[in-house]
Design a protein around this ligand. Sequence first.
Ligand code: BTN
Length: 267
Amino acid sequence: MGSLTTDTFTEAGLREHLTTEKLGKSLYYFPSLDSTNIVCKELAEKGAPHGALVIADAQTRGRGRLGRTWFSPAGGLWFSLLLRPNEMRVSPTHLTFLAGLALAQACTKNGVNASLRWPNDLFVGAKKAGGILTESKGNGASFDYFILGIGLNVNIDLDAFPKELQEEATSLSIEKKEPISRTQLLAYTLLLLEKLIVGIYPKQGFGPILKLWKKYASFLGTQVRVDTSTESIEGEAVDVTLTGALAVQDIDGIIHEISCGDVRKLW
Ligand code: BTN
């Protein structure tokens, strides 16, 4: 594997590569911070504009879904976007799908065969390589802002992962067997995401986006177990609905629509 020092972030380099109109125009780069989502939220409270991007080389308190921690050493792509609903009309649930699709397309373009697992995980083969944590202020009636946090294991060696993660996590560089430019990957992801947010979604709705998302969803048609906060459901993952729910058909043929949970493939 090539040296990771060939892939350093600089603010100038990031600015030079970004070709988006709004996403990342306001840019905050940190060599290390606690969590880009936390800092992005602080900036949101201080009035930072729609599209503000917080990016770090490493996080000391990276946050995952459901209160988990997110391992975030130097070499990964850890960033958060501040999105203001008055500038875009996307529901937080749909936003996670748009981001997943942009991420999967960007990885594929970079030569890594990525797949998506409901609701927000990026996999390469059987191992997780990235995830999305969408947070918001406000409620369905009036959201103040969204924080879209994206974590992607880009240039991280296997032995850098804690032992307990080595079985289930991977990085793009492990899979591709060479380092990948995080700056280019970020710039491409943001460009795709902006196209989805301001182009396809408002003009054509969620339908075509979900259709594209499903092309990466290799878990569909497989046997899964979904753990929700109240129950565990086993069956075939048959579909993802327009509301973003996962439909699982159990052994009795009953279809359960699940809006929040954790999916594990059974075989
Ligand atoms: C998951 O649990 O799969 C979601 C992980 C999201 C991690 C990213 S890294 C950048 C941003 N900042 C955080 O603290 N978390 C998200």
